[in-house]
Write a protein that binds this ligand. Structure first.
Ligand code: GLN
Length: 479
């Protein structure tokens, strides 16, 4: 196998025994990007492909190993544009806390940033200013979104591992569509400082990797208290690799009946049912439960997320960051900048969110949504008082065709039906590969646990992985 095809932990072993250098890994990634990324479009602004080589040779834990970063995470001196025209040319003067943590651990930051839906608004990476990313398993299909660039890069071996962000499923759903591992940590586990905000009460940065062990390593490195993020929690970070024990005997797993309903692709259901059987065969105790308020998750999410987004996006006015429209008049300049700088989905969300927060509708929509959010969280609390984790599909379907859902935003919003409750409740969840549809598109299995119980998720995911081969399969990209 080529270096770019290996996992981070395999590469670390090779650097340690002296058989390779981190520079060689960078080189193999650049070769791969040059060869296939015109087709996949996992990375944006590829004109910046000049290598600097400054990362190699670190002596700290990660030994110079490159990490791919989503375009909404601030990297000092490297363009960070959220794949939006309005942030064109924006170079942050500082690193996000997760980037600082990576650098301190000896990681190299890959200079190309990963494609995404503009401001992370989407489920398909079709809302990027730089055009859609293509799913490596079938270039006519979407990679999922909004972290579609990160997931496609990892799946296509254009990245060793990557960071994404997840507000309503944007790490887990693309991980599922691309056949890789993606974790949304507990809200507050990973600092959001330097993550360009979408919906501040839901956003969380997390890893997208080739296997569960890499996810455990990367999560530990990015997690931890940060005084720069008032919602980050001051709780010590465990060594998650200690949870990779390959033993789930007696573990209590809940299956929520609301996640196996009409509208779900029967092929996805069959694959997930088989994965659940596998877990049972490995000694887990499986029982069906109810998460009664699941049907409200999509409407509640789209009220809260758009409300927060409309407020967070108010800062983009052409004065401080990125793109500025030409005008002699200040108010005109604001208006033109926003009209020209934001894409359609961003405008739709600003309008929806502004409406939900407006006088007269605040109580009817926003406040009620917050109350139902609490009920959704209580459903989870109840299940976790009895069970170690919940297992469900990550998405009701496998990857869909590019263009198939763009004209129907509501249909697009329904792609998130199994992922957004987790963000509303603030709990952690991971998607791992668990099989394929007849058309050879990956299916993801979602494992959720109570707040700050990432360890159980890693344990279940790793045990499943040790006893299956799905994560080892690689897409063949037609050139
Ligand atoms: N697809 C969801 C949305 O469009 C979630 C996006 C995300 O998690 N960033 O809002």
């Amino acid at each position: 196998m080529e270096l770019n095809q290996l996992t981070a932990h395999q590469l670390l072993d090779k650097i340690k025994d002296g058989s390779i250098t981190s520079q060689a890994i960078f080189d193999s990634l650049y070769q791969r990007v040059n060869k296939i990324d015109d087709k996949v479009n996992a990375y944006v602004r590829r004109g910046n492909l000049e290598r600097t080589g400054k990362e190699s040779g670190s002596k700290s834990e990660l030994l110079g190993l490159p990490v791919t970063i989503k375009d909404n995470i601030c990297t000092e001196g490297l363009n960070t544009e959220c794949c939006s025209k309005i942030l064109q040319g924006f170079r942050p003067p500082y690193d996000a806390t997760v980037i600082n943590n990576l650098k301190r651990s000896g990681a190299g930051i890959f200079e190309l940033k990963a494609n995404m839906d503009e401001f992370a608004f989407g489920s398909s990476t079709e809302n990027s200013y730089f055009g859609s990313t293509h799913n490596p398993w079938n270039l006519d299909c979407v990679p999922g979104g909004s972290s579609g660039g990160s997931a496609a890069a990892v799946a296509a071996d254009e990245a060793i591992w990557a960071l994404g962000s997840d507000t309503g499923g944007s790490i887990r759903q693309p991980a599922s569509f691309c056949g890789v591992v993606g974790l949304k940590p507990t809200y507050g586990r990973v600092s959001r400082f330097g993550l360009i905000a979408f919906a501040s009460s839901l956003d969380q940065i997390g890893p997208i990797t080739k296997d569960v062990e890499d996810a455990a390593i990367l999560t530990r490195i990015i997690a931890g208290y940060d005084p720069n993020d008032s919602t980050s929690v001051n709780q010590s970070v465990p060594d998650y690799t200690k949870s990779l024990t390959n033993d789930i005997k007696g573990l209590k797993i809940a299956i929520p009946k609301e996640y196996f309903v009409e509208g779900m692709d029967p092929e996805v259901k069959a694959v997930v049912d088989e994965a659940v059987n596998k877990l049972k065969g490995l000694g887990a105790v499986i029982k069906q439960v109810t998460l009664a308020h699941t049907e409200y998750a999509v409407p509640v999410y789209y009220i809260i997320a758009t409300a927060e987004a409309s407020s967070n996006l108010a800062r983009f006015d052409g004065v401080q960051y990125g793109y500025r429209a030409k005008s002699d008049n200040l108010i005109e300049m604001y208006k033109k900048t926003r009209a020209e700088g934001f894409g359609e989905e961003a405008k739709r969300r600003i309008m929806l969110g502004t409406f939900a927060l407006s006088h007269g509708y605040y109580d009817a929509y926003y406040l009620r949504a917050l109350k139902v959010r609490t009920l959704i969280k209580q459903d989870f609390d109840k299940v976790f008082s009895e069970f170690d984790c919940i297992v469900a599909p990550t998405s009701p379907s496998a990857a869909f065709k590019i263009g198939e859902r763009t004209s129907d935003p509501l249909k697009m919003y329904l792609s998130d039906i199994y992922t957004i409750s987790v963000n509303l409740a603030g709990i952690p969840a991971m998607s791992i590969p668990c099989g394929f549809t007849k058309n050879k598109l990956p299916v993801g299995l979602q494992i959720m646990a109570g707040a700050f119980n990432e360890e159980t998720i890693f344990k279940v995911g790793h045990t499943y992985e040790q006893n299956t081969d799905w994560h080892k399969l690689k897409p063949v990209i037609r050139l």
